[in-house]
Structures are given as C-alpha cells and as structure tokens.
Write a protein that binds this ligand. Structure first.
Ligand code: FE2
Length: 307
C-alpha cells in the first residue's frame, strides 16, 4: 500500500506514475518532503504558540473565504502570521501536485490547508471527530457528488514520527462491510445514488447564497452519495469490532519532515499518534480519474446496477 518516492524516483517519475498510484489506493510517501518546509522561526511559533490558541479541532486556512479559522481570540499579528504561513504551504503543495500529478489537478478545487497542533494520541474528541479511529473521509467538504478527496500531509514534528493505521481500501471494505453498514442497495434501495427534489433544492439554495458573497455556504451541501459515505464513515468509527479487526490492518510511520499523500475517500486511515503536521485538502474531479472503476462512487453505482 505504501509507494515510496525518494528524490531520485520522484525525479524520474512519469506523468501518470503518482496519480495512478493514488488511484490504485496507495499512500505515496516522500521520505524527504518535496514541498518546502516553513522557516524554523515560523515552525517554532506554530508548535509553541498555537496549541494554546486552538478553538476548533484544527487551525485551517479556507481559500474560498480567504481567512483562517480555529484560532481563539488571536491578535491581528498572530492571525496574519498564521495566514501567511498556511497560504504559502497551501500554494507550494498545490504547485507540487500540479507538476507531479497533472492528470488530477485539472478543474480541481483546492480546499483547506490546516495545521494540527495537538498530539493525536489520547486526544479527547467525540468518536465521529476522532482521528484515532480508522475511517474513510466523507461529508465534511460539502457535496462531492463522487469527486475524490485528496490529502497531502507534512510531518513537522522535530523528533517524533506520525503513526498511521489502515484497514484497507474502499473496494474491499465495501465488499466486507457494506451490508452490515447499511450502504448496499439491498438495504437502501436500488436508486440510492439518485438525487431527490430536496437535494436539488438544497444545492440550488446554497449555490445562490455562495454566489452572493458567502462562499463557505457550499460546505453545507450534501448529496445521496455523500450521505452514504458519511454513513460508512460513522459505521467504522462506531463499531468496535471493526476497529479491532486485524483483517487488512497495517501501520505506517512517517518520520519528521517527510510527506505523504492519499485519496482519503478510498484508503481507510487513523492517526494513532503524532503532533504538528500540515494537511492540505483538495477535491479532484472523478471525471479526471484514469481508473474510475476503483472510485467509491462507481463501486456504489455498479452495486446498484447489479444488485
Ligand atoms: Fe480522515
């Protein structure tokens, strides 16, 4: 599942090598981050000052709104510094992805760029928000309608690895757990991916609100596909027997200043431990995938067709 790209392999990578690996459900790991790491004084500031200023789960730059969220009562200087660093990281990662996985970035949507200031191990979050439980990502980005969630991570802890676990990819997890999670057509009906009148009404309203100056309204949107994926996400986090299953279970360690990227709507994952990481999210068009049959949307659609 891990595809390791050191500097030499990355330098010789073909146009589709990285994007094909992602589409197949690999975690592409760069032992040395191919994206510049922020300056030392900024990193020290992020590590030392931001944990005490955290208001939300993470500190995130929202490009559609043009500002940072998650800082509690930050003064203007702090807020400007955090914004400057996160914008630089976001732009550097976007440039890298455009150069190294160009098949995926056409017409994409660049989402948030976050800093994770808190130790993941033992973090006291509600189960559905917990990163320590294995899950696929779903439902937190508005309506993807089957488009893909690509995330790029950089560990900026000076000493400690970031440790991940997985229990495998969506195709196998759906086969194994789809029925018990109530997301198969025999449980939810054969037309389960079709939008109803309420879906069209909601999307129309939210697009309207977004177009008159509140672009973040779009994250409230939903679709039958996104709700099914959310149901699967919740099933995973709510089911102790799934969390304890050894089938497909693997753990990975990402050392300081290494980076990795993965389709998190496809590859199940949990952050078992680690503190201080940048996380960049983008939404990739399903229409640009070269292996669309592996995408969760098409697996669900094929399942609806064949029963
Ligand atoms: Fe996740």
């Amino acid at each position: 599942m891990l595809e390791i790209y050191d500097e030499a392999r990355l330098a010789n990578a073909g146009r589709y090598d990285l994007s094909d690996a992602l589409e197949q459900g690999s975690i592409v790991h760069f032992p040395k981050s191919p994206v510049p790491i922020p300056e030392d004084d900024d990193l020290v500031f992020f590590r030392e000052a931001l944990p005490g200023l955290l208001k939300l789960k993470n500190i995130s730059y929202h490009p559609e709104a043009g500002h940072v969220r998650g800082l509690d009562d930050a003064d203007r200087e702090v807020s400007e510094r955090v914004t400057r660093v996160l914008v630089n990281v976001s732009e550097d990662i976007a440039r890298f992805l455009q150069a190294s996985a160009p098949a995926l970035t056409d017409d994409w949507t660049v989402g948030t760029c976050s800093f994770r200031p808190i130790q993941e191990k033992g973090r006291d979050l509600k189960p559905h928000a917990s990163n320590e439980l294995v899950h696929i990502d779903a439902g937190a980005y508005g309506a993807t309608n089957g488009d893909r969630i690509l995330r790029f991570f950089i560990n900026v802890n000076p000493a400690d690895d970031r440790v991940w676990a997985t229990k495998g990819r969506f195709p196998e997890l759906y086969e194994r757990y789809g029925s018990v999670a109530n997301i198969r057509p025999d449980r939810v009906g054969a037309h389960y991916l079709e939008k109803g009148p309420l879906d069209h009404l909601r999307s129309g309203l939210l697009n309207g609100i977004a177009s008159v100056g509140l672009p973040t309204a779009k994250v409230l949107d939903s679709s039958p596909y996104d709700r099914l994926m959310r149901r699967f996400h919740n099933f995973m986090k709510d089911t102790p027997s799934f969390q304890q299953a050894t089938e497909g279970h693997q753990e990975f360690r990402f050392p300081p200043f290494s980076a990795w990227m993965v389709f998190t709507d496809m590859v199940s994952h949990a952050s078992l431990s680690g503190q201080f990481a940048f996380v960049h999210t983008s939404i990739v068009r399903l229409a640009n995938c070269r292996k669309p049959e592996l995408a969760p949307y098409n697996i669900l659609r094929e399942s609806a067709r064949t029963g």
